[in-house]
Ligand binder design. Sequence first.
Ligand SMILES: C[S@@+](CC[C@H](N)C(=O)[O-])C[C@H]1O[C@@H](n2cnc3c(N)ncnc32)[C@H](O)[C@@H]1O
Length: 284
Amino acid sequence: MANEAMQQNWAEGAAGWVANEAVFDALFAPVTAAILERSGPAVGHRVLDVGCGTGTLLEKCAAAGAEVVGVDIAEGMATAARKRVPEATVIVADAQTTDLLGEAPGVPFDRVVSRFGVMFFEDSTAAFANLRRAAAPGARLVFACWRSDEENPMFSLGSQILMDRLDPKPETPAPGAPGPMAFADKDRIDTLLDAAGWGSVRIEAFDFECDYGFNGTDGVEERLTTILGGGIGRLARDQLVPRIGIDGWESLVEEVRGELRRHLVDGALRFPGAVWLVTAANPV
Ligand SMILES: C[S@@+](CC[C@H](N)C(=O)[O-])C[C@H]1O[C@@H](n2cnc3c(N)ncnc32)[C@H](O)[C@@H]1O
């Protein structure tokens, strides 16, 4: 089966993502707005959200009057999305391999959108070709994906402390391997979309501030909870609690907290966020 490792990863990661839905939505609000601006969902459109997670884009597109369909590989995400957007059709499926119009019958999609949901495919060209098969002629594809680790320091700050303690450590992913940074290389996105048959590809660098202090706090607990619910946090807990005990684990978490506190900017955790905003069209 394709994408088995990522399916397992997200099955385990869904609970953390669902619990932190409000944090992610606040942090990524500028990215959400940019996707909506470029995709322009409206009455009469049928929109597909790929890797829809808990349904942020589904909710916004439905509010704009579109008919919305979400696809996500993780049951926990789909359940949350259905609850949040009852009018949406949400299918639990691999967007790389599933016949999307077969699973969500209706007219082909006018818009295919995604916020950070398309970087996890084993075969990205096959996945984008599959998405295109479900798209109407002239349909617009709009998605956001992360640029490099170096441009996104929030990925390593604090979690590096946990990573340093892991033994064995997870393998460093090869460039382009499925994961958040799979599309850091802009040329790769261009090449694979072209190979998948999408045209008029435009890839814009989009910079925003990831502000963990969005709710008036210093944002340290908000960042900490997303680290602990993420892949490294879960792996570290599973590996280290049996080795160092719960007290040892709690002092390690305190170390992470201290590291985050040392990086407050004007009283809160604020990181530069660097993404690619990609738009393309299904040739008529
Ligand atoms: C980083 S989360 C983003 C979730 C949501 N789009 C958001 O912005 O809140 C990535 C999502 O992609 C989903 N995903 C990963 N691989 C997938 C695949 N092959 N097919 C469908 N969904 C997938 C995951 O289950 C997860 O919900």
